[in-house]
Design a protein around this ligand. Structure first.
Ligand code: SF4
Ligand code: SF4
Length: 71
């Protein structure tokens, strides 16, 4: 499942847009909230979540199948 951006907490820093290896947020305007324009490309690497400086700005819903792979 693709990430969900919490606009109330997001600082619009653009780090997640820049760091995503799959360009899930491609097309997001500079200094704007990240737009999940390519949700199917997300492979749940958690990079955006780990690098986001703002708490609770990104929610990542990792599919059960992937959780089992990590277990
Ligand atoms: S979890 Fe990884 S692939 Fe998915 S949006 Fe975040 S950085 Fe991109
Ligand atoms: S890294 Fe976090 S604070 Fe920065 S734009 Fe992305 S969601 Fe917003």
């Amino acid at each position: 499942m693709p990430p969900i951006i919490n606009k109330e907490n997001c600082e619009k820093c653009g780090i997640c847009v820049e760091i995503c290896p799959e360009d899930v947020f491609l097309g997001t305007e500079n200094k704007d909230y990240p737009k999940v324009n390519y949700p199917d490309e997300c492979w749940h690497c958690s990079s955006c979540l780990l690098e986001c400086p703002s708490e609770d700005s990104i929610k990542l819903r990792i599919p059960i199948s992937r959780m089992l792979l990590k277990a």
